[in-house]
Design a protein around this ligand. Structure first.
Ligand code: 13P
Ligand code: SF4
Length: 303
């Protein structure tokens, strides 16, 4: 008798339960290989919205699973680990947005998708790293309060003719990349193209050839004639790039950097949550209704 490994058991369970498994680019490789789709925040939000399955198992952090639920309220959305949260999303509360509106009357509010649902409910439009510039341009406002990532806010400000009022949040993973890391990697690999995530510090962005979302980096590397890339983002994406393009070389800018929150989810957590139908994501109806407006705008803007 052939004994099934955990990998096969998860594949069989998701068929049996009519479940769609979505995995962010930073997930462990063992999760990425059992997923139906791997992607960035924008791509996964759009896939979740269109999904017609009984369950969506979201392998990412909580705000991503919440986004899936808000965009597809009829689906049962499960997150394999309840403690997989994004520290940047927890840096801002709905009351902060209300205070900023009072401080800057007339300003529009754009929030990064890396926020909790109650913040999205107070927001005019959400964006991701893939469409932040286009979203702010879409607002056609003179002044935009941009929350919570100060680095993404600063990157957007460089690319629009709009006054940006940033909130002071940040990502602990991307803050670890320094300009010195990039310069050191460039001198070790002078031919490599430098791809930087916009959550990095402004002085790191200054060293980039391209500033892209995680899936933007994947598409760029696939289409580029270059054979070597220096990558300033979390290690999970670098593993995916190396797996899907074995003939190209991908180097982390300086040391490999990990998002320990994303890495909490393991294969046995995926099996258990779907088997027992636990850790379902719920959003209060009033918040859901308001947050859907800012999220539907987000998914309709950009490629
Ligand atoms: P992407 O949408 O570019 O995948 O980024 C999500 C994220 O959390 C980056 O830290
Ligand atoms: Fe949040 Fe940063 Fe982890 Fe992305 S990498 S989920 S922004 S902590």
């Amino acid at each position: 008798m052939i004994r099934m490994g955990l990998h096969e058991k998860v594949l069989e369970l998701k068929r049996k339960k009519n479940a769609l498994v979505l995995a962010h680019n930073y997930q462990m490789s063992e999760i990425q290989v059992i997923a139906d789709h791997i992607g960035d925040s924008l791509g996964l939000a759009r896939l979740a919205m269109e999904a017609e399955r009984d369950f969506i198992v979201f392998c990412g952090v909580r705000f991503m699973a919440e986004t899936a639920k808000i965009l597809n309220p009829d689906a049962r959305v499960l997150i394999p680990r309840e403690d997989a949260t994004c520290p940047m999303a927890d840096m801002i509360e709905a009351a902060d947005v209300r205070r900023l509106r009072e401080e800057y009357p007339g300003a529009q509010v754009c929030s990064y998708v890396n926020t909790n649902a109650d913040v999205k409910a107070e927001t005019d439009v959400c964006c991701t790293s893939a469409n932040a510039v286009e979203v702010v341009q879409w607002l056609e406002a003179e002044r935009v309060v941009f929350t919570p990532d100060r680095n993404l806010a600063s990157y957007v400000e460089r690319n629009v003719n709009t006054e940006i009022i940033p909130f002071d949040g940040y990502c602990y993973v991307h803050m670890k990349f320094s300009a010195e890391d990039i310069r050191g990697s460039k001198s070790a690999h002078p031919e490599a193209v430098v791809l930087v995530h916009p959550e990095c510090r402004p002085e790191v962005i200054d060293e980039a050839d391209e500033v892209l979302s995680t899936s933007g980096m994947l598409t760029y590397a696939k289409e580029s004639p270059a054979g070597e890339f220096i990558i300033a983002t979390e290690e999970g994406l670098i593993e995916r790039l190396s797996r899907e393009m074995p003939d190209k070389a991908f180097y982390s800018a300086g040391m490999a950097r990990f998002c320990f929150n994303m890495k909490r989810i393991r294969l046995d957590d995926v099996y258990r949550c779907l088997d027992e139908e636990i850790y379902e994501v719920h959003v209060p109806p009033e918040i859901m209704k308001k947050a859907r407006v800012s999220l539907e705008r987000m998914v309709s803007i950009g490629k």
